[in-house]
Design a protein around this ligand. Structure first.
Ligand code: UGB
Length: 548
């Protein structure tokens, strides 16, 4: 569309003529901006705004008619492999297969979400997620991916909310040493907001411009298709694609084993799952059956009720339906073919808030949304869709909740998913890893701190840099014959250099290799509560290092 006349004709054709009703009351410049916006929205959405309106009308009708998308489906527990991290041997066998596959793996980080629940003013990948070295999530992810494979490629999905700050974080930190030409930044665009069942778009106050809202993380598939990245990666000899979310550092330790399962079980889609408690804000992976139809899929936490009014639990109180941790391994060849057929546009949903029982008008505008874990709905059959259930301590702890909400969740015996619980879980995992490779680590089951109503077990604090190894075998090889002991009150950073010239024994009691600005002046490092003047990354966890 080049002219206002063409624009008006187009809007009338797609049933959005109301947008141009008062167009003459606006300046030429405003009309031009409107034309540009419609052109942009029309090209970024696969199929254009006509298709968007068409899809919205169908979904809005279903919603008004109370159509239950799971009607007639019977849920059962999907079959999958388990990785328990119960012994060195169990994991090392898998990791030796997965380690090789990591040389043929591309990575995608979905980081377009604002994280409103966290109340953190900034992008989540820029959070210092542990205060032993102060590294950011992004730093940790890039270090891991580079340690997996120097030639690994990474795509990051950003949005209008996160693009500028993501670029700033990368530029200011010199891409954390990651080769710049191996990173692709993608940006998801928002979609039109609608106000009634006829999918009429809304406009910003006193403006011609259409109100837009986020379309959800499912956009990642469309963007990968539009950037033609799967094709490029296949040409480079890559076989796998790992998609992961913005605040879960633990999952990198599970990836070598999970890739081994993708390979040995020949899985086209392999979702990583972890035990979840009923009521947690974590989707459940279910096998749904209706006649001959079979679908292994995530059922989102806010929809579980319509499928499973009462969730069955095991003897530990965990749901028998494992939790989706939104880290998925795809086989690239099949993934590329599916994108070619579907443009990566996965099934959307709408969640209108109705103004009254007639269900005709909305209280506030609504838009189509999509989720990346709905990808299996694009497949013709689910024969090669599987999951790997990993010991939660080795794959899942995120930072999603502000500290007050997190405290309430802790009191309800649910995972707090706060900056404090994620930091605690990282140290816990690293202690377990060292124990699995034969290091003597003094630990206790008792918590040693309490901040903002959350009991924490933070000691000893251990950071294992990926340069020490990305598999248990690599870590063991690096430590060689050094007999390492770590006391409970210690704070320890181990990396690829630590054992280069080490002797037979390394007895750590206190702070070891901790950067100066994260040390306490005393022998043992301790934590103290913070007040409202503290830096944001400390406020969201409720404590800081006691400096003197
Ligand atoms: N994201 C985007 O990139 N763009 C968007 O428009 C929105 C989000 P949330 P939530 O594993 O803990 C997911 O908001 O609601 C990115 C699963 O759906 O953190 O907690 C965003 O930046 C759920 O099944 O998701 O739910 C982030 O990286 C459950 O498994 C990612 O998408 C849960 O995660 C997830 O966004 C979980």
């Amino acid at each position: 569309m080049h002219t206002i006349a063409e624009l008006v004709e187009f809007l009338n054709k797609i049933g959005q003529g109301h947008l141009a009703q008062n167009i003459d009351k606006f300046t030429e410049q405003q009309q031009k901006e409107f034309l540009e916006q419609v052109n942009k929205l029309n090209t970024t959405y696969p199929g254009g705004l006509e298709e968007y309106t068409k899809r919205a009308k169908v979904l809005l009708k279903n919603s008004a008619d109370n159509v239950n998308p799971y009607e007639g489906f019977v849920p059962s527990v999907p079959i999958g492999e388990k990785v328990n991290f119960s012994s060195f041997e169990e994991v090392a066998g898998l990791e030796s297969i997965g380690r090789e596959e990591l040389n043929h793996t591309a990575f995608v980080l979905v980081a377009g979400g604002l994280g409103e629940r966290l109340q953190y003013d900034g992008i989540k990948i820029g959070i210092q997620f542990e205060i032993t070295t102060g590294q950011t999530f992004l730093n940790y992810y890039l270090d891991f991916i580079r340690a997996f494979n120097e030639k690994a490629e990474l795509a990051i999905m950003t949005s209008d909310d996160t693009y500028t700050l993501t670029m700033k974080l990368l530029e200011e930190n010199n891409y954390y040493g990651f080769p710049k030409d191996q990173i692709t930044i993608m940006k998801q665009e928002k979609v039109p907001a609608m106000i009634d069942n006829d999918a009429h778009f809304t406009q910003l106050p006193n403006s011609l411009l259409i109100e837009t809202k986020p379309h959800g993380h499912g956009d990642v598939h469309t963007l990968l298709f539009q950037h033609q990245l799967p094709k490029k990666w296949i040409q480079q000899g890559k076989k796998w694609l790992v998609v992961f979310q913005d605040t879960n550092p633990l999952v990198f330790r599970a990836l070598p084993s999970v890739l081994a399962i993708s390979k040995t079980k020949n899985l086209e889609v392999n979702s990583i799952t972890a035990p979840r408690k009923p009521g947690e804000a974590v989707g459940a992976i279910c096998k749904l059956t209706k006649g001959n139809e079979r679908l292994t899929i995530n059922v989102e936490y806010n929809q579980l009720g319509s499928l499973l009014p009462k969730e069955p639990v095991d003897e530990h109180g965990y749901s028998v339906f494992p939790g989706n941790i939104n880290s998925i391994v795809f086989s690239l060849q099949e993934y590329d073919s599916v994108l070619e057929k579907t443009k990566g546009l996965i099934m959307e949903f709408i969640n209108p808030k109705y103004a009254d029982a007639t269900k005709t008008k909305f209280k506030s505008s609504s838009r189509l949304e999509c989720m990346y874990q709905d990808y299996p709905k694009l497949l013709e059959n689910d024969n090669r869709v599987g999951m790997t259930q990993v010991n939660r301590a080795f794959c899942f702890s995120t930072v999603k909740n502000d500290i007050k909400t997190a405290g309430q969740k802790f009191q309800q015996n649910l995972a707090p998913e706060s900056a404090s619980s994620c930091e605690q879980d990282l140290y816990f995992m690293n202690r377990q890893i060292l124990k699995l490779v034969g290091v003597h680590v003094e630990t206790s089951d008792a918590s040693d701190y309490e901040f903002e109503n959350i009991k924490l077990n933070l000691s000893p604090q251990i950071i294992l840099k990926p340069s020490l190894g990305v598999t248990l075998a690599e870590i063991k090889n690096n430590i060689k014959n050094t007999q390492v002991t770590i006391t409970r009150n210690s704070t320890v950073v181990l990396d690829g250099e630590t054992f280069k010239n080490a002797s037979d024994k390394l007895e750590i009691d206190g702070q070891f290799n901790v950067p100066a600005n994260y040390q306490s002046k005393t022998k043992y490092r301790t934590f103290v509560g913070v007040d409202s003047k503290a830096a944001q990354h400390l406020l969201i966890r409720g404590y800081d290092v006691k400096r003197d």
